[in-house]
Design a protein around this ligand. Structure first.
Ligand code: 13P
Length: 249
């Protein structure tokens, strides 16, 4: 089995400002580089500002969504090539907030992953069940359906060029975290699903956990064998808290 380098990704969601970019980058750069690989997924409009402030730092830039279209008459959309052009290397795709609030279906998520890969952006494919789905024992069925839609479209190897994030919807922004055992169970099943398509890709792909990760609970989650890092929302707005989570990985 190969050892996977931990990956910790900040998701600022719709938060931040040019001033916050400067302050966050200054605070993070003042600390010694963590061993984990790190990325910051910020609102697209702040990526140019962050590219300046985070140059010569270990933090890669990422976006939070991407258009499924390459270019043209798609008002309000941001293409994968535009994100590359401004310095992004990663992009979150299929976050539950986009699935529930903005109509991202499994098919659209797959199309966005395809568009990202075509421009060399590394997709972070998010999957996760709602509380009702968990309570009716549908967790594995739901996350496997979400991930299979992407594998069917781009293949398992392409998935491994990016990352997968398991984010139980009931744990996002709620202060409720999946227990390390609950998360490990889902991560292990996701890796087994990928292995049915491509065992090498399954071994290589990093599967991140997201949902109320904080400096106080990160180490225990990251100690699980199939949890290869985290996708961090609220706690990533503080450079110090995000750094502490990186150090736990
Ligand atoms: P919180 O860390 O705020 O729960 O958000 C998790 C998340 O959605 C990251 O993408």
């Amino acid at each position: 089995m190969m050892t996977r380098r931990a990956l910790v990704v900040a998701n600022w969601k719709m938060n931040g400002s040019t001033a916050a970019c400067e302050a966050w980058a200054g605070a993070f750069k003042a600390l010694p580089a963590p061993e984990a690989e790190t990325a910051l997924c910020a609102p697209a409009v702040l990526l140019g500002c962050l590219a300046q402030h985070l140059s010569q730092s270990c933090v890669a830039l990422g976006a939070q969504d991407v258009s499924e279209y390459a270019s043209g008459a798609y008002t309000g959309e941001t293409s994968a090539s535009m994100l590359r052009d401004i310095g992004a290397r990663w992009v979150i795709i299929g976050h539950s907030e986009r699935r529930t609030l903005f109509g991202d279906t499994d098919a659209r998520v797959a199309a966005k992953v395809r568009a990202a890969l075509a421009c060399g952006l590394k997709p972070i494919v998010c999957v996760g069940e709602t509380l009702a789905e968990r309570e009716s024992s549908q967790t594995l069925r739901i996350v496997e359906k979400q991930l299979t839609a992407v594998i069917d479209a781009v293949g398992a190897q392409a998935l491994a060029s990016g990352a997968v994030a398991y984010e139980p919807v009931w744990a996002i922004g709620t202060g409720k975290t999946a227990t390390p055992d609950e998360a490990q169970h889902v991560h292990c099943n996701l890796r087994e699903l990928i292995a049915r398509f491509d065992p090498k890709a399954a071994d290589a792909v990093r599967i991140l956990y997201g949902g109320s990760v904080k400096p106080s609970n990160a180490a225990e989650l990251f100690s699980q064998p199939d949890i290869d890092g985290g996708l961090i929302g609220g706690a990533s707005l503080s450079a110090q808290d995000f750094y502490a989570i990186c150090q736990a990985a």
